[in-house]
Design a protein around this ligand. Structure first.
Ligand SMILES: Nc1nc2c(ncn2[C@@H]2O[C@H](COP(=O)(O)OP(=O)(O)OP(=O)(O)O)[C@@H](O)[C@H]2O)c(=O)[nH]1
Ligand SMILES: [Mg+2]
Length: 204
């Protein structure tokens, strides 16, 4: 377990302290198949030092972990990512990134407890790694938005084709993003918050 960008931990930094104006906190889970950019997204958008649990991938994972298409990846999340972002002076989001490797999916149960919504990150080069993820969210009844992470060599599909490939209902928002960029990751979270709000407001 590791606090990125830190050598010694000497106590909370000013930016780690929860603003006194905060009155509501929402738990959001960032989910997706192996290597779609979950840890990257939590790290780019978090205003506190993200907690990561990345471990080096070794030969022992060959044949167990599915790294097809992301062979250059050298580390993988083995438990969770954690970060925090203030959406407004009052509203704080707590972000939990899930592990992508299927052998760690049993951890999802704890990570989803109390979650109000989820972001499903997808990589259009490897759409198939997202099918099970979306199915599991639907089983749990957790509302989610889909964020298409833009890798440079990823094929561009029309939104309707993507929706149909993922069998996504029309009302589920879909947005392009670059998980490395704070503003882009923040837009994704704002889309989720707007969607959750629309679900909470009773129709006319
Ligand atoms: N070009 C590009 N690269 C990205 C983007 N997001 C992530 N990456 C890279 O893709 C790789 C995988 O990202 P991670 O954030 O580790 O993916 P993950 O979903 O947490 O992976 P697991 O925890 O192993 O499932 C890293 O090398 C990132 O630098 C993106 O939006 N664009
Ligand atoms: Mg990760």
């Amino acid at each position: 377990m590791d606090f990125r960008n830190s050598d010694t931990i000497t106590g909370p930094r000013t930016e780690d302290i929860l603003p006194t104006t905060a009155t509501a906190a929402v738990k959001v889970v960032i989910v997706g198949g192996f290597g779609v950019g979950k840890t990257t997204m939590v790290g780019s958008v978090s205003e506190i030092r993200p907690l990561t649990t990345e471990e080096t991938m070794t030969q022992a994972g060959v044949g167990v972990d599915d790294n097809v298409g992301v062979e250059s990846k050298t580390a993988t999340t083995v438990a969770m990512d954690f970060g925090r972002i203030s959406i407004s002076e009052e509203l704080i989001l707590y972000l939990f990134g899930t592990p992508g490797q299927e052998r760690f999916w049993f951890l999802w149960n704890g990570l989803f407890e109390g979650a109000l919504g989820a972001v499903v990150l997808i990589d259009t080069r490897r759409l198939e790694v997202s099918f099970d993820v979306i199915g599991r969210l639907e089983e749990r009844g957790v509302p989610f938005v889909v964020a298409v992470n833009t890798f440079p060599d990823a094929p561009k599909h029309p939104v309707e084709a993507l929706r149909s490939a993922l069998d996504l209902p029309d009302e589920v928002p879909m947005i392009d993003c670059d998980a490395r960029l704070r503003a882009s990751s923040r837009d994704v979270l704002m889309t989720l918050m707007r969607y959750l709000h629309s679900l909470a407001v009773p129709l006319g």
